[in-house]
Design a protein around this ligand. Structure first.
Ligand code: ADP
Length: 516
């Protein structure tokens, strides 16, 4: 039984187990896309919001310090300015004066009644370590109510230095400035010590930050809502984009090694549909390879059955007492075993003919002479080299030699003894033919297709034995070179030609040597 099988349909492959999946948590691509979007957006919002918050905070702190310093400067001005009289109806002008206060307490009172206050701000006049004067305007908080603050300032202060500091007492951040103040009447009795005054101005930093914090709370809320909306939209968009891949996966999972005939429907014309086409192509190749493999096994089983049956049949009826019978059976068994050995060799060649080529740029003239020299030693025939093409081809010289010699061997096998066999290479358009022509019986047109199939033989009636793998090997080698095998046959003989593409090349291009 012969079956039609594509020759050289590609390398037959063994399907291996799918690589093991990692056992960790499996995140779907959709989740990962969404997580990446949210992460990037979230980090972007955090960085921009955080940076701007910190900048604003720094600016606010700087402004607080500037305000506190300006309070002390105002206090100094109060002690050293007076109003200059101006024409009636016009504002008074403050000018420096050498007016002096006779004691610290009066000076402090004057300062606290003049220095302007602002929201979240307070001031205090301390005389000899005791809070003595409050500002003349209402204040948002009282410095003396901040636990331990007055004591701390009194302890830290010295008569010559203006100090700034921050108190965190009572969980509240207060920034303060403390300026020492001493006044004494020139007419005061000698040895009398002036009172020690400290002018304190302070700002409630937490209250100053309240506006900023509320702005950023709003920002955080809006950012959170934006992230949620981005996540929602991202989830739907990612789902939509990945839907074809899910469909592809579902279809692919339905395809089993036992049935590779199913193809995945191709929808649209995007990357995913291209992927589907590629997967379908791959399935086609796998299907072809599996079919070829199955058919080869079927054919080999069938071909091996015949010699086994023959040998077994003869052994069963062997008359061991008859030397002639033993002798004949032995000859037959050895003959059949030789046939099986040839078959195994041919299967080897067939497998090899489907492995990767080692292509070189070969000059056809030299190559033709090389192969003819090998073929012409096949005995019993008159070998003639008719033509030698002058061209360059990209071939695996070993493989083409193998195929060409196979044709020569067939010609020798199937044509009458001592007949002439012609060989040659011919340029034909964009191709080169490596051919063998014999004067044999030719091949019937009905048998032409069959002889190129594996184990496809035609009984010549002369009892010539063969495996039926020679021509399939030749065809596989020609196809692997992007070529084909041509056959023209009549009752006067056959001409087989391996046709391969010719290289358009300049004569000066380097050409490789043919390995011997
Ligand atoms: P095998 O020679 O082992 O039978 P092949 O595949 O080489 O296998 O050939 C297949 C068949 O093609 C042969 O059985 C033979 O009948 C036929 N054939 C091949 N070459 C020739 C030829 N040069 N002339 C006539 N018949 C041929």
């Amino acid at each position: 039984m012969h079956r039609a099988a594509p020759v050289a349909a590609g390398h037959t492959g063994v399907m291996t187990d799918t690589p093991r999946r990692s056992t960790g948590v499996r995140w779907s691509v959709r989740t990962r896309i969404l997580a990446s979007i949210l992460l990037v957006t979230g980090v972007g919002m955090l960085v921009s919001g955080g940076t701007s918050y910190l900048l604003q905070r720094g600016l606010t702190l700087d402004r607080i310090d500037e305000r506190l310093v300006s309070r002390v400067e105002s206090a100094r001005a109060v002690l050293t300015t007076a109003a200059r009289s101006t024409p009636a109806g016009e504002p008074e002008v403050a000018v420096p004066t050498n007016r002096t206060f006779t004691d610290t307490s009066t000076a402090m009172r004057s300062v606290l009644s003049h220095v302007p206050g602002n929201s979240n701000e307070s001031a205090l006049g301390v005389i000899d370590g005791v809070p003595a004067w409050l500002p003349g305007v209402p204040v948002d908080f009282r410095i003396e109510d901040v636990p331990g603050l007055v004591e701390r300032i009194v302890d830290e202060s010295n008569a010559s230095e203006v100090r700034m500091g921050t108190s965190l007492a009572g969980g509240r951040q207060i920034r303060y400035i403390a300026a020492p103040m001493q006044m004494m009447d020139d007419a005061a009795p000698a040895g009398e010590e002036p009172q020690e005054g400290i002018y304190i101005a302070a700002v409630d930093v937490d209250a100053e930050f309240a506006d900023l914090n509320s702005t950023f709370s709003t920002f955080t809320l809006v950012a959170g809502i934006a992230l949620f909306v981005i996540g929602l939209v991202g989830w739907f968009v990612a789902g939509r984009l990945l839907r074809p891949i899910r469909r592809l996966r579902a279809a692919a999972s339905r395809i089993t090694a036992g049935d590779l005939s199913e193809r995945i429907p191709v929808n649209g014309s995007d990357d995913v549909s291209e992927l589907t086409v590629t997967v379908n192509d791959m399935l086609g190749r796998l299907d072809g390879a599996m079919t070829t493999q199955r058919q080869l096994l079927d054919d080999v089983r069938h071909e091996l059955k015949t010699p086994i049956t023959i040998v077994r049949g003869h052994l069963e009826v062997l008359d061991v007492s008859s030397v002639a019978d033993v002798e004949a059976t032995r000859t037959l068994a050895v003959d059949e075993l030789d046939r099986m050995a040839r078959l195994v060799d041919d299967i080897d060649s067939l497998t090899e003919s489907q492995s990767a080529l080692v292509v070189a740029r070969i000059a056809t003239g030299e190559f033709t002479a090389h192969v003819f020299a090998k073929a012409s030693v096949i005995g019993g025939h008159d070998w003639v080299l008719v033509e030698s093409a002058d061209a360059v081809v990209a071939i695996d010289p070993g493989r083409i030699t193998q195929a060409w010699l196979q044709l020569a061997d067939n010609a020798a096998k199937y044509s009458p003894p001592e007949s002439t066999i012609e060989m040659g290479s011919t340029v034909s358009g964009a191709t080169v033919e490596f051919w063998v022509a014999d004067n044999g019986p030719g091949i019937a047109p009905t048998a032409v297709e069959r002889i190129f199939e594996r184990f496809g033989r035609v009984d010549s009636g002369r009892g010539i034995r063969g495996s039926g793998l020679g021509l399939p090997i030749v065809k596989a080698i020609a196809l692997a070179h992007g070529g084909t095998v041509n056959l023209s046959s009549s009752s006067a003989g056959s001409r087989f030609a391996i046709v391969v593409p010719r290289l358009e090349t300049a004569r000066t291009d380097p050409i490789e040597r043919i390995p011997s």
